[in-house]
Ligand binder design. Structure first.
Ligand SMILES: Nc1nc2c(c(=O)[nH]1)N[C@H]1C(S)=C(S)[C@@H](COP(=O)(O)O)O[C@H]1N2
Ligand SMILES: [Mo]
Length: 566
């Protein structure tokens, strides 16, 4: 008979469901204010990394599809949010299962326990694997591993003790009612339990909301305001780099069509793609760049030592290989760093050395061949974006630039370089992506500026514009066609550099109606971009971008803007 009055397994699951959210808030507070590990994200990163490559890629692809299908905001930010949500849900589910298992185990005891020792033990059992995982992925913690371990064990002991305490209360309630042994007593028991659960639910919800709200509030000051990456530069605006100098093409005559993306991406809008739920935080103080392996002169440099070396800079457009035709995972800024050739001179590679294995703080790795470095003085170990230290999310303190390759070949947060005797497969290559990752030429229609229709010599025109890019291979020609008509040549604005995208513009003789605008580009040597539609995997997307527009005259039509070139 007694078993009927013991708290059920389902009740255990419910208790887990209630207790875990405030527990996660506690972890979050520790993470935000003391740099302690945020275990839900560490756990998710560990699982994502341990799963076989195709499965992960499938997961990422699916996520990207969903985000695109529902048009949920900026792709990179939303994908990260989705990953983080999965991490939180997973962590919560573990708490639910732990509650069920704990109640099941406790119900096998004859007597109602008087202390919370079993719960503390359960907490520690849960804590141990997660401690190992958190230390091995180490993507969220800033505080040292010892502090992190002590914190983890302590909070988990408390978490487990709480399960136990709730269990004891529920079972005592049942036992008391059982003593009076009547039908009415059983219903009183049910009411007591219900009241207890309501109070517990209220308490956990309050803790979760107050704790979460408080830390969000205190945290709000850390956020950078979001500028839309699609905001356009004012026509004729002189764009300055981070040191206040006009960009090299500031005397270019062709002006972007209104609505074209910014030619120079504000650093806070630079796209961001990385494998960790949260980018690693590297403290400059303790940071060392270690270079070892097949070199005569292994080194361990501070960031300041690297900064003191000779530098090179360049305006660079970089794209993710997962960028779809017309996607937002492409940006342009100024990169500054130490030429990789200078690094070779410093460390003196030995005869057998063929490649460098680069390792990053987040567990990412890639190889770069020494031949490539020796033949191309543009490869750089970059420490700055737009004349300021790299933002944390873009790879502080050091990342590598390799012209003409997608981002997946260019590690951020570099901590170690090992000179090895053969090139190997890097993180994404092992997961089925392109070995070389040479960028495909691509062109995009950003805007059909129906709000900027103007009149010239009695003719009305609609400015149409966008970007074209082919890595370091340059763009020699861009063509536009409307409703599958003849291809028409667009005007090209001088690019900021040979390694940035080119802004193009085509002023289309106005007609009213619904139209489809398509674009294609030609590389520096005249090679046409690949027109065949191809998805991002494994070699990067190809195909024509198109934009549909409803073209009608705004009231009233604006006169020709003076800054528009003929
Ligand atoms: N350490 C590390 N480096 C990395 C990555 C990463 O996940 N970890 N992602 C790569 C990929 S896939 C891209 S597209 C670029 C993105 O750089 P960004 O985030 O600064 O735009 O970084 C590359 N370097
Ligand atoms: Mo990427």
């Amino acid at each position: 008979m007694e078993t009927q009055h013991k708290p059920t397994i389902a009740l255990g699951a419910l208790i887990g469901a209630l207790l875990t959210p405030p527990f996660m808030v506690l972890l979050y507070i520790g993470d935000q204010f003391a740099g302690l590990p945020f275990l839900p994200f560490d756990l998710f990163d560990f699982i994502a990394r341990s799963l076989p490559g195709p499965l992960i890629t499938f997961g990422i692809d699916t996520m990207v599809e969903v985000i695109r299908a529902f048009n949920i905001g900026e792709l990179d930010e939303t994908a990260k949010l989705a990953e983080q949500t999965m991490g939180l849900v997973l962590f919560w589910l573990i708490g639910v299962v732990a509650g069920a298992v704990f109640f099941a185990l406790m119900n096998r005891r004859q007597k109602t326990p008087a202390n919370v020792v079993p719960g503390v033990l359960m907490g520690l059992v849960l804590a141990l694997p997660i401690l190992v995982i958190s230390n091995s992925v180490n993507t969220t913690a800033v505080a040292g591993p010892v502090l992190g371990a002590i914190w983890t064990l302590l909070v988990y002991a408390g978490y487990g003790a709480t399960y136990n305490w709730v269990y004891n209360d529920l079972r005592t309630m049942a036992a008391k009612q059982k003593d009076s042994d009547s039908q009415r007593a059983a219903s009183v028991e049910a009411i007591n339990r219900r009241e207890f659960m309501i109070r517990l639910g209220g308490a956990t919800a309050t803790l979760t909301l107050v704790g979460g709200g408080l830390s969000a509030l205190l945290n709000a000051s850390n956020r950078t305001p979001d500028e839309s990456p699609q905001v356009l530069a004012e026509p004729g605006e002189i764009i300055l780099d981070g040191s206040g100098n006009p960009l090299p093409n500031s005397d270019a005559t062709v002006q972007p069509a209104p609505g074209t993306r910014r030619e120079y991406t504000p650093v806070s809008d630079h796209y961001r793609i990385d494998i960790a739920s949260r980018p690693p935080v590297i403290d400059e103080e303790g940071y060392r760049l270690r270079i070892e392996g097949l070199v005569d002169n292994p080194v361990s440099w501070t960031l300041e030592e690297v900064r003191q070396m000779p530098t090179t800079d360049a305006f660079i457009t970089m794209s993710c290989i997962s960028n779809r035709i017309g996607g937002s995972l492409i940006s342009t800024t100024k990169w500054t760093g130490v030429p990789m050739q200078h690094i070779l001179e410093q460390v003196q590679p030995q005869d057998g050395a063929q490649a460098i294995r680069i390792e990053s703080a987040d567990g990412f790795d890639e190889y770069v061949s020494l031949d490539l470095i020796r033949n191309d003085d543009r490869l750089m170990l970059a420490h700055s974006f737009d004349d300021a230290p790299l933002p944390q999310r873009n790879g502080f303190p050091l990342r590598i630039h390799i012209p003409n390759r997608y981002g997946m070949k260019q590690p951020k947060w570099i901590t170690k370089m090992t000179f090895v005797d053969a090139e190997g497969d890097g993180y994404w290559v092992r997961r089925g992506w392109s070995e070389e990752a040479i960028v495909n030429a691509t062109s995009v229609v950003d805007t059909v500026a129906v709000d900027a229709i103007y009149e010239r010599n009695g003719e009305m025109y609609v400015p149409v514009g966008g970007i074209a890019w082919a890595g370091d291979r340059g763009i020699s020609r861009v063509e536009v066609r409307v409703n599958q008509g003849e291809w028409q040549e667009a005007q090209l604005r001088d690019p900021i550099s040979q390694r940035t995208w080119v802004i193009w513009r085509y002023d289309w003789p106005f007609r009213e109606g619904e139209f489809e605008f398509e674009v294609r580009c030609f590389e520096g040597d005249g090679t046409m971009q690949i027109l065949e539609e191809q998805g991002v995997r494994p070699d990067g997307a190809t195909g024509i971008h198109e934009l549909r527009a409803d073209v009608e005259l705004p009231e009233p039509a604006t006169p020709e803007p003076t800054e528009t070139s003929a």
